[in-house]
Design a protein around this ligand. Structure first.
Ligand code: FES
Length: 203
């Protein structure tokens, strides 16, 4: 008699909750699920991309550091062009201007009635390389128009003096040795060094 009477309202509410918990997924749930999956996939792609970027940055930094580390094992040598070199025998050069060493050594070899000398192919205005113009029989500087005759003597344009000449001598085998570290000049108003020993080979 003293037992508790069942509450019909509570029973019905719990039944409803059970029903909704086991309810079949609706179309809306399915769409939500698809969207959440797509979002997850996009996030994973972004994360993977960031990871690749970070890896590339780390590997790049390590690579640069490694190269700098390797650099210590090599001497800091300057590979400057040779200033002393051989150009052949006097009989290899006929009268006039020979330009075959212009690109390799930046010189022209000239033979006239007095002998053989070597012009250093540098314009005395601002250092451009003039061009030999066989038809006009002169050197012409492409930079500001200085002109030099076939012996490198300036006669037009802003060049202040003739082009310099390099030291020349014969080695024991009779080959011509040119030394560009020793130049002969003819500064304006001063004595010409072009007849000094070493400036011309009397051959
Ligand atoms: S550098 Fe040759 S004319 Fe100026």
């Amino acid at each position: 008699m003293g037992g508790t009477m069942p509450n019909p309202t509570l029973e019905s509410s719990s039944a409803k909750t059970e029903t909704s918990a086991h309810a079949k997924p609706t179309l809306l749930d399915a769409i939500r699920k698809i969207f959440s999956k797509t979002q997850d996939a996009d996030e994973q792609k972004v994360v993977a991309r960031r990871r690749r970027f970070v890896m590339a940055a780390v590997l790049g930094t390590l690579g640069v550091n490694f190269l700098m580390f390797l650099r210590f094992f090599f001497p800091r040598a300057l590979y400057e062009p040779k200033t002393t070199f051989k150009i052949g025998y006097p009989s290899d050069f006929g009268f006039g201007v020979d330009t075959k060493f212009q690109n390799q050594f930046r010189i022209w070899v000239v033979r006239n009635t007095e002998g053989i000398f070597v012009i250093y192919a540098v314009c005395t205005h601002l250092g451009c390389t003039p061009d030999w113009k066989p038809s006009e029989h002169k050197f012409k500087c492409p930079c500001h128009g200085s002109g030099y005759d076939s012996e490198g003597i300036n006669f037009e344009g802003p060049a202040p003096r003739p082009m310099d000449r390099a030291r020349v001598e014969l080695d024991p085998e009779g080959e011509i040795v040119v030394d560009l570290s020793h130049l002969y000049r003819w500064p304006k108003g001063e004595r010409s060094q072009f007849n000094d020993p070493g400036a011309i080979l009397r051959v």
